[in-house]
Design a protein around this ligand. Structure first.
Ligand code: SF4
Length: 506
């Protein structure tokens, strides 16, 4: 495995701000992903720690809890008031950050990032945090989301003399900070964030301060936690999802608000609204699929939302059956809600192999057909002769759903009824979720009856948009982005060819 060290004593090439890429003999060889191309990929997870003697290890634990949000690369930057060190590598958090590597990251402050690439290429250079020397000093930044006016801002900055070292969104923000005429760093950050459009939850670090911010629409989650210390100031933690706080034994305090910029220094935490009056559009797909059910995002437990999606699905499109079976893992909570509401028994009729996905190298095309069977296996004695309701969270191209339906039928099921815990996915995401193009989304091009025939289910039904919104709001008063289900994008700057009306009669 190759790691990128920046500002790390003994191994850094200080002649380049990007640091030297050096082999790390203590880390095992990176392995390829199993890519079946019919799932939506996670985005990114960020974490920040202020005021802990072993901040790097705390960031590591936080990233470990956020690993589901991206498995391609990970990085941690630390600062001790004087120096700012950064190490990042390709692979899982636990593969990159051995004890030996963590020891090279001293300091009481840290930011961390785990990534599934959505923009920029997959190279190590684009892994985060990104560390850039700017006119405002040395800055490290980690970012979750996707900017939609990237090209315009980048072109303007290049005209002004900016030289980009990566193709990542995060560097745009740092370059805007560097080029800002604002007097103080915090003013420059606020000024920069007002110039970018799209989805971003960011954590930033200088040699002596941590910053955290969310875009004005609040697309991606970001929460604040606190570890109470008996004999000193509290440790402040930021994380994409509150499940990271549980591992760190931090208390959830609140969400960073849409349009809010929070700064943490030795003197404590301060905050300002850098943007106001923009309607909220938090990503509803975080509740459907991305976030862990044990996380609280946008003020609501994901478990509650998914349970309610299952219940609502049962009320909207119930069908007589013998057993409710989730497509693991993300379909499990909705299936529990469906089973409870319908009175039909819940059974784990499909077992997922958790060790496939990262460690399997596809040697040849002919092995690809094993994709779903490598991940899932039916429990024949639970399915044989049964009328089965399968609960899943999405149909993207339809090929994976068809394989699963065939698998359940092949295990002896008498009927297979597929229920999806969200509306048909008809439009791509421009805000940090890696969706295929519109022409590849089956629901953008076929009616529900055509999809049913394609996937070979006896019946097929999706949750209605109203049902989804009701399930995810829970009286919290949130407003959501639903663009992948409606084609109505909350920002300008998206590729217009991609958002022609869907042809599906959903
Ligand atoms: S388009 Fe869909 S996935 Fe993307 S932010 Fe909106 S709701 Fe989330």
């Amino acid at each position: 495995m190759r790691l990128l060290f920046q500002g790390v004593d003994g191994v850094t090439d200080h002649s380049s701000e990007l640091g030297a890429t050096v082999p790390c003999p203590s880390v095992p060889q990176s392995l390829e992903y199993l890519a079946d191309g019919d799932v939506l990929h996670e985005e990114c997870g960020v974490v920040a720690i202020h005021g802990h003697p072993d901040a790097a290890r705390m960031a590591y634990l936080g990233l470990y809890a956020l690993q589901h949000r991206g498995q391609e690369s990970a990085g941690i930057a630390t600062a001790d008031g004087q120096h700012l060190a950064n190490i990042k590598g390709m692979g899982l958090v636990s593969e990159i950050f051995t004890d030996e590597v963590l020891q090279k990251l001293p300091g009481q402050m840290a930011i961390g990032h785990t990534r599934y690439s959505t923009t920029g290429d997959s190279a190590l250079l684009n892994a985060q945090p990104i560390r850039v020397e700017s006119t405002k000093g040395l800055i490290a930044i980690a970012h979750n989301g996707n900017l939609v006016n990237l090209g315009t801002v980048r072109a303007r900055l290049e005209r002004d003399g900016a030289y980009f070292q990566t193709t990542s969104d995060s560097e745009i923000i740092v370059q805007l900070i560097a080029h800002s005429r604002a007097g103080s760093l915090v003013d420059a950050i606020a000024d920069s964030l007002r110039q970018v459009e799209g989805a971003f939850s960011i954590v930033m670090m200088t040699r002596d301060r941590i910053f955290a911010a969310r875009d004005p629409r609040g697309f991606r989650p970001l929460s604040i936690g606190r570890i109470r210390n008996q004999d000193g100031p509290d440790t402040i933690v930021f994380a994409s999802e509150s499940c990271a706080f549980d591992l760190l034994r931090a208390e959830y305090e609140r969400d960073v608000l849409p349009g809010e910029l929070v700064m943490v220094t030795e003197d404590g935490m301060t905050s300002r609204q850098y943007a106001t009056g923009v309607p909220q559009s938090s990503c509803i797909f975080e509740h459907v699929y991305f976030a862990r059910p044990d996380s609280r995002i946008f003020g609501r437990w994901v478990q509650q939302s998914r349970d309610e999606m299952g219940r609502q699905l049962s009320r909207e499109s119930g069908v007589p059956a013998d057993v409710v079976v989730p497509v693991p893992d993300s379909g499990v909570t909705a299936a529990l809600g469906y089973a409870d509401e319908s009175g039909i028994p819940f059974r784990f009729g499909l077992i997922r192999n958790h060790y496939v996905g990262r460690t399997f190298i596809e040697p040849e095309q002919r092995v690809r057909d094993f994709g779903v069977r490598l991940k899932l296996n039916p429990v024949r004695n639970l399915l044989e002769g049964k009328r089965v309701i399968l609960i899943d969270d999405s149909i993207i191209r339809g090929t994976t759903s068809r394989k699963i339906v065939r698998m359940v039928r092949g295990a002896g099921a008498k009927e297979v009824h597929l229920r999806i815990s969200c509306p048909p996915t008809i439009s791509p995401c421009f805000y940090g979720v890696d969706t295929p193009r519109k022409q590849e989304l089956i629901a953008a091009n076929q009616s529900i009856e055509e999809i049913r025939k394609f996937i070979e289910a006896d019946t097929l039904a999706y949750l209605s948009l109203d049902g989804l919104l009701k399930s995810c709001d829970g009286g919290e008063g949130n407003a959501f982005c639903t663009a992948c289900y409606t084609g109505n994008y909350p920002t300008a700057w998206v590729d217009v060819d991609e958002i022609l009306p869907a042809t599906a009669t959903a």
